[in-house]
Design a protein around this ligand. Structure first.
Ligand SMILES: [Zn+2]
Length: 404
């Protein structure tokens, strides 16, 4: 590993490293470490996960942050690496699990999409967009409160999903440390990707597909064409993102480590583990979709949308193939696991994907076309553009989205 210094390292001086990392995270993503409330919880979880990788002493220290970007990544400073985990990502997974388990109406996921857009537009200093989505979020929250049930099941699912995402990041490092491990996981991942790509082109007439045809009233010929498009997009994703095989290899490593941790330390049932991680992958796809909504709102080109959501789609398919073929060897389980995953997939589509794909874009368009100035009072408009007024708008956005 080279010991090259970044420009940031040269300016870092003698400040404690942790302080420097938090300053960087504030500049990069408006992170607020004061909001971290689960420091000890994450340090313990991290220690468990590292223990199951078999290379604990080589792995970097964990820094916990809190930001609207919901990113987990590896930072390098003064020649040392740090794994940054965002507590707000955990809260996001928990909220999506809560919507999945408890909601029975389309407004809840739309409400969360408004919150996401308000937060991101706030970071981009787009005060018009931020205040409009913050208001839409607040109105939906009041008119359709989300029930609080299934707390126990939800928290274990969230824990498994957070463990999986941390283990996935550690896998990137593990493959750098061990060529032998890298070779083994990459070969399997390559094989799984090829199989996943082939499956897009097969008309299998499965109950899952028939459900989709019925739900969307879709002619079978159009569906076949859609599958071929999907295959082409997935192939495009692979060609334009060569690191996707590595992502799938990291998911595979993360499955083993997370199952070890959740089964061993937390006694999680196998089938719940599979369901929670399959849901986690869908949550990741959803966050990519949210990004494409933001791009649409900001008039950014949409080309990347297909590539990024298809990348996650390919990870979903590969993960499922892995559960079916490699991961569990008990011959009596595949049908049970498949039925369980089909039910999850149908509920996820009904409660989360469909309300966003079919009715939210029209609302988004309406908010985009709405005269943004209407939402601000006449007097406020006179002072519009002054620093003080923008701070006031951002304060309102933060208040409505729960950040103030
Ligand atoms: Zn990755």
């Amino acid at each position: 590993m080279s010991e090259s210094k970044s420009i940031y390292d040269l300016f870092a001086g003698s400040k404690p490293v942790e302080e420097l990392i938090h300053s960087y995270l504030y500049t990069d993503r408006l992170a607020d470490p004061q909001k971290v409330t689960l420091q000890n919880y994450y340090q313990m979880m991290y220690s468990d996960v590292c223990g199951f990788t078999g290379m604990k002493e080589k792995l970097p220290p964990l820094i916990v942050t809190f930001s609207r970007s919901r990113k987990t990544d590896i930072l390098r400073l003064k020649g040392k690496e740090y794994l940054v985990y965002d507590q707000y990502l955990g809260q996001t997974l928990n909220m999506l699990n809560r919507i999945y388990f408890n909601s029975n109406e389309p407004f809840h996921i739309q409400m969360y999409a408004c919150k996401y857009l308000a937060e991101q537009l706030r970071v981009l200093c787009n005060h018009h967009g931020a205040i409009n989505f913050a208001k839409a979020y607040s109105e939906l929250k009041i008119s359709s409160p989300l029930p609080i049930n299934n707390v126990e099941q939800r928290s274990i699912y969230t824990l498994a999903q957070e463990t999986f995402l941390i283990a996935h990041e550690l896998a990137h490092l593990a493959f750098r440390y061990s060529d032998e491990m890298k070779k083994e996981f990459f070969e399997d991942a390559q094989q799984t990707v090829e199989e996943a790509l082939q499956r897009y082109a097969i008309d299998t007439d499965t109950p899952e597909e028939n459900n989709i045809l019925e739900r969307y009233n879709f002619p079978r010929e159009d569906f076949k064409k859609a599958r071929l498009d999907l295959q082409q997009q997935a192939q495009h994703a692979i060609l334009t993102r060569p690191h996707l095989v590595e992502e799938i290899a990291c998911d595979s490593f993360a499955n083993l480590v997370t199952f070890g941790t959740m089964g061993g330390v937390h006694k999680m049932e196998e089938i719940d583990f599979i369901e929670s991680i399959s849901m986690c992958m869908r949550h990741l796809r959803l966050l990519e979709f949210f990004k494409s909504l933001l791009d649409y709102y900001c008039d950014k080109p949409q080309d990347d949308f297909h590539t990024s959501t298809r990348s996650v789609q390919l990870r979903i398919t590969s993960n499922r193939l892995e559960y079916n073929t490699f991961f569990f060897t008990d011959p009596t389980r595949p049908n049970e696991i498949n039925d369980h995953l089909n039910n999850m997939s149908n509920r996820y589509a009904e409660i989360i994907d469909d309300p966003l794909l079919f009715s939210f874009p029209a609302k988004l368009k309406k908010i985009k076309e709405h005269d943004n100035m209407e939402s601000l009072s006449h007097n406020s408009q006179i002072y519009f553009g002054s620093r003080k007024f923008m701070d006031m708008v951002f304060y309102d956005v933060d208040l409505l989205t729960g950040w103030a």
